[in-house]
Design a binder for this molecule. Sequence first.
Ligand code: HEM
Length: 126
Amino acid sequence: MDESLYEEMGGAPFFKQLVTGFYSGIVNDPVLSPMYPAEDIDGAIHRLTMFLTQYWGGPTTYSQERGHPRLRMRHNEFPINSEARDRWLGLMSESLSKLELAPHLRDQLWTYLVTAAHSLVNQPDN
Ligand code: HEM
């Protein structure tokens, strides 16, 4: 990933704000909140922030701390159907809408998040 995309998006403060805003929605979501570690929300914020930072070309702290991302495997223990996916994306969209970001960067980030979220669905819908 081109390092300048991370910088262009706003670097560390941008990713921290995006993920912190997202998690403030997670803790109040009746479907998603039970999946997340209530006692370690700061840790969860750190993991997702570092992952997105690394993905967009910033520091590689995520892999140093967690190894290979293996996102699909790491999500196996959580029941992700289309409702969970769409709630996750809805909270991310809400957080993203509160931040300043040039449209061409917003489009790239959003396309990535939608594709990634679709790839993590691991449960059929009832
Ligand atoms: C589709 C809906 C999704 C659900 C319901 C979901 C749920 C979860 C849950 C419950 C965790 C555990 C929180 C923690 O302790 O870190 C987690 C971790 C994580 N998620 Fe997701 N997630 C979703 C989509 C995504 C997407 C789209 C990405 C990437 C763009 C992502 C990246 C991560 C990362 C990097 C971690 C931390 C992995 C680790 O190092 O342990 N997730 N997710």
